[in-house]
Design a binder for this molecule. Sequence first.
Ligand code: MG
Length: 366
Amino acid sequence: MNSAIVVAAGKASRFGQDKMLVDIDGYPLIYRTLQAFIGCDAIHEIIVVVNTNNKQRIEELFSDEPKVFITLGGENRVESVNAGLRLVNRRCDFVVIHDGARPYVTQALLKRVLDVAIKSGSGCAIPYVYPVDTIYMESADGANVVERESLMRVQTPQCFDYQKLCIAYYNAMRASYTDDSQVYRSEYGKLDFVEGDPNNVKVTYPSDVKSIRIGNGVDSHRLVAGRDLILGGVKIPYELGLLGHSDADVLVHAVMDAILSAVGERDIGVLFPDTDPQYKDISSLALLRKVMKTVQAKGRSVKSVSAVIVCEKPKLSEYIPQMCACLSSVVGVPLSCVSISATTTEGMGIIGNGEGIGCMAVCLAE
Ligand code: MG
């Protein structure tokens, strides 16, 4: 049988909060990390090493998982892994040690380290990737470039022969290693390596957490005489214009609702009520700027916007590049990330008979 030890006991001083519990698309980071292990048939038990602050929450998260056991860690990596090893089933053949802060670990990588460790002469498998940056080594006579191919960035999960690892850790009790492969190497000298996964990053800073969400927005306004027709911030020559409390820019309204939805906020009807005199005849682009401030304040950013205008008349195609440029500048995304198209309903229904214009939009936010 094989066991896993997932270390989630760190202080996370560079992150500013307990990163094990930070939200990634609706689930705490540590919950994401464990999914590859829970789903792997070759792993029979998972020991999560926690700290006194996150213990209760992590216990609650996995209370229904028969494979998961929780234990308190120590002051440093060596102490925490030792605490995990004390709980490992004595019949264990191989033990996989993983950083709790690597939530993007895949079952494929887990299988790879297990397979290589089982076949290896050293009884271990250490995943690595080559650095992509050019690296200099500082020295007394300046700085010299280090050959990238001679450097290996070591990741987890690392897999070890259980009996051999216990001996190595027993002897390393008072040392301050930051990585389990160092402990194993100090005892046995030799390591076997396996190709890692560049996506398997160790979350260290808040920006390492990638969370992508989509948002939807729909709007429609009636066409009337005596109003300007404004779409996407562009004034379009036509005998009718859209009726509304603001300038009734139906495209910008749908886009704003899509953006707000993608960042988990309420819609523009709640944010900018049409009973509020300060929004009377206001340019919808001014409202869009306010929406972008909200996005910023939430630490989110818009990646792309796509909209479809549903309109029988007038023909809009020649104005679309201008609308895209306008949205791109206000939303703050490259022109290539804004797409606007226009369609008709072929004369059917209230839009088809020219009573109004509708718009649908989607937004991708990170
Ligand atoms: Mg509207």
